[in-house]
Every structure is written in structure tokens, then in C-alpha cells.
Design a protein around this ligand. Structure first.
Ligand code: DQA
Length: 150
């Protein structure tokens, strides 16, 4: 039996977590977060595919690739959250639950961070919980996936 896979997708500058503005984003590295996601997924009998890209097209390619190979996605698109209609469109063709995550709370920050192109296609949004937000996202996703749709 194959274990269902969750896409954990991180966008631009998130490869610098741990050193980038730690007062806002914390000291946890992306590798730490990916390990946390792997452990949390395993508790729900899921596995993860972790992808990080600094490029809009790289994120879109990862979503397309995941359409047939994953059962859900946890996405922190970084600044593309606020700008990318193209990523929004790609996610509209992703027919599985999506949880949007932000380490910080964009609504408590500059006004240009208040709009999200991802939220309209997300089943849930977790913001401001730091790295633990990814674990909460995995728990919510696991619950979504175990809930019958009819
Ligand atoms: C972020 C918030 C975005 O506004 C910002 O551009 C990021 C990170 C977060 O995780 O808090 O790169 O998505």
C-alpha cells in the first residue's frame, strides 16, 4: 500500500529561515520545519514532499506536478502570496485541500501584505503561529482528508 503524500511548498526567501529577520520569522530553519512536517505527517500515516523555490514558475510547476501525486498541500508562498494570480490559477486546478501558512501574521504588518491570492483557494489559513503553524496545518489537513466528503 502506498502512503498518501502531502506537498509542503515554500516560496521565495523561505530558504533563508533562521537567518532572515529572526525577530519576525524566528530562528527555526526550513530544514527544521520540513522535519517537523515529516514527523507530524507520519503520525497521520501520511508522507511529505517538500519543495522550496524562489521562482514563481518553480512553485507553479510544483503544484502541477503534485496534481496527480499528492492528496493535499501546505503552502507558504512568501511574498508571492500577495502578488501571484498565476499561482492562484495553478492552485484552482489542484483538486485537493490546501492549507495556507504564514509564520508571521501578515494582517498585523504592512498593508501590502493584507491581500492574499491564496486564501480564496485555501481550506484554512494559519498565520502568526511561527514554525508550529506548519504542524497545525498538517493536523488540519489530516482531519480534512479523513472526513468523508459526502
Ligand atoms: C510570510 C509573510 C509574507 O508577507 C512574506 O513576504 C514572507 C513570509 C510568512 O511566512 O510570514 O516571505 O509568508
Amino acid at each position: 500500500m502506498t502512503i498518501p503524500t502531502v506537498l509542503v511548498l515554500n516560496g521565495p526567501n523561505l530558504n533563508l529561515l533562521g537567518v532572515r529577520e529572526p525577530g519576525i520569522y524566528g530562528h527555526t530553519t526550513l530544514a527544521d520545519i520540513e522535519d517537523m512536517c515529516t514527523a507530524s505527517a507520519a503520525e497521520a500515516a501520511l508522507t511529505v514532499r517538500c519543495v522550496q523555490s524562489n521562482h514563481e514558475g518553480g512553485l507553479i510547476d510544483a503544484v502541477h506536478e503534485a496534481r496527480e501525486t499528492t492528496v493535499g498541500a501546505i503552502i507558504n508562498a512568501g511574498a508571492y502570496t500577495h502578488t501571484s494570480l498565476a499561482l492562484h490559477d495553478a492552485l484552482k486546478s489542484y483538486d485537493h485541500p490546501i492549507i495556507e501558512v504564514h509564520l508571521s501574521n501578515p494582517h498585523a504588518r504592512e498593508s501590502f501584505r493584507h491581500h492574499s491570492y491564496l486564501s480564496p483557494v485555501a481550506a484554512a489559513v494559519i498565520a502568526g503561529a511561527g514554525a508550529k503553524g506548519y504542524v497545525h496545518a498538517m493536523e488540519i489537513l489530516a482531519e480534512e482528508l479523513s472526513t468523508p466528503t459526502t
